[in-house]
Design a protein around this ligand. Structure first.
Ligand code: PLP
Length: 443
């Protein structure tokens, strides 16, 4: 298409770098999430709400490292903390004070008393599930259809549209997306529908009858990989009730929502009482990090050594210094007010464009996150997403953004993440570009 050709013309140096990368990195990238045809866009630097690619194109960043950079790029407070820490040594695999300060602040924000650290969201959900399995003495894990919780075997089942065939071992695409995952592991993961606590209840009863009662339900309180799907009123309360009644551990995966949609994440925003939460992304302000919080009762299995929760880099001093500065100096109550104001403006602006041009779409947001979902019917779960999302429009919107200086998450399943350094003028620019696409489409 015209927009595709334009993007290729604007990014020749990315093309050259990819040609070089293709000779030394498998498929030319560090993570398969960075793949893009004909080449991914290589960035050289970022400052506040802006990033620059290697061709010198300046863009406003609404991608923000898949939602990791709510602090904005190269924040001075985080830079100072990391530089200071570097001067005193970056890694000991021995405890440092910052890990304690971060734990205290997370306990305060999420209302869970005991914490452990990891280096990524995948490690956080992997270890949280292991803790839940050890605590209950059960093996089966319940998750939500279409929900992503990282790349370890147990949760790589029904993770989203592009990866829908994972678990279908006869399908050729299974190799590309989900090879290497034992069927025995896949069989231990049972997905249920979002926004339907009754079906969760029924499925748990069925599994119990088969002697396969789940150890845990792992879920996001608001789904963040089908655009943004909010919980219907009463749903989260019902999930809490069902899991409590059956003695199933409720793990709220806050890798995307925690610290981004409110100071205490979805737990605070929706008033949930999870047994465990998992964090990553925003926690480290751009440094690899993750965390698991739990009740004293559940974390007992870590305390008494039943579960070996370990990692050479867990609580790494650089990551902890960045997390401490993020939590105490950057992601302040004032920052969350600012993010809410920005999000109201961008959601309102985009919805106005939708209404004016009668697009099959709607805008919604929460905290630092939001999106325009191109669908004529409201998406409430994975099935309604697959049935209603307009794939072409979603993909066109990404190209329009990239060609007009809006750096945005690729694919059809992601959302924008705002940073504390964005201003009203910058979110207005996002709306302007969206309006331009809308008028081109309806002209
Ligand atoms: N959980 C959720 C909800 C996520 O969105 C992600 C990543 O996108 C993960 C877990 C995995 O985190 P990571 O990519 O740091 O391993």
């Amino acid at each position: 298409t015209r927009e595709e050709a334009l993007l290729n013309e604007r990014t020749p140096r990315s093309g050259e770098m990819f040609a070089r990368a293709d000779r030394v990195l498998a498929a030319g990238v560090a993570s398969s999430y960075q793949l893009r045809e004909p080449w991914p866009i290589y960035l050289s630097h970022g400052a506040g709400p802006r990033v620059w690619d290697v061709d010198g194109n300046e863009m406003l960043d609404f991608h923000n490292g898949f939602g990791s950079m709510v602090q904005g790029h190269a924040h001075p407070a985080i830079g100072r903390a990391v530089r200071d820490r570097y001067e005193f040594g970056t890694h000991f695999a021995a405890p440092t004070e910052d890990a304690v300060v971060v734990g205290e602040e997370l306990a305060r924000r999420f209302g869970l008393p005991l914490w452990r650290y990891t280096n990524s969201g995948s490690e956080a959900t992997m270890d949280a599930i292991r803790i839940a399995r050890a605590y209950t003495g059960r093996d089966v894990v319940m998750k939500i259809f279409g929900s992503y919780h990282g790349h370890h075997d147990t949760v790589m089942v029904s993770i989203g549209v592009a990866y829908d065939r994972i678990g279908d071992h006869d399908h050729p695409a299974q190799l590309a997306y989900g090879g290497g995952i034992p069927q025995a592991t896949v069989d231990m993961t049972v997905p249920v529908h979002f926004n339907d606590a009754d079906s969760m209840d029924r499925r748990i009863v069925e599994l119990d009858r088969e002697g396969r009662k789940p150890a845990c339900v792992i879920m996001e309180a608001a789904m963040m990989n089908l655009g943004v799907v909010l919980p219907e009123p009463g749903y989260l309360e019902a999930v809490r009730d069902v899991t409590r009644r059956h003695g199933v551990v409720l793990i709220v995966d806050e890798v995307k929502t925690g610290l981004a949609i409110a100071a205490g994440g979805a737990t605070e925003r929706f008033g949930i009482e999870p047994d465990m939460v998992t964090l990553a992304k925003t926690l480290g302000g751009g440094l690899p990090s993750g965390a698991i919080g739990g009740t004293a009762e559940i974390m007992r299995v870590v305390r008494d050594g039943t579960v070996y929760q370990v990692g050479t880099y867990n609580g790494n001093p650089l990551s902890m210094a960045a997390a401490r500065a993020s939590l105490l100096d950057v992601l302040t109550p004032r920052s969350y007010e600012h993010l809410a104001e920005l999000n109201d403006r961008i959601v309102g602006g985009c919805q106005h464009v939708v209404d004016e041009h009668r697009l099959p779409a709607y805008a919604l947001g929460i905290g630092a996150k939001g999106c325009v979902t191109f669908a004529s019917e409201k998406v409430i779960d994975y099935e309604t997403f697959k049935a209603n999302q307009d794939v072409e429009l979603s993909e066109l919107a990404w190209l329009y953004n990239m060609n007009r200086g809006i750096f945005m998450t690729p694919g059809r399943e992601e959302e924008w993440t705002l940073s504390v350094t964005h201003t009203l003028g910058e979110v207005d620019r996002y709306v302007e570009v969206f309006a331009e696409m809308a008028s081109d489409l309806t002209r």
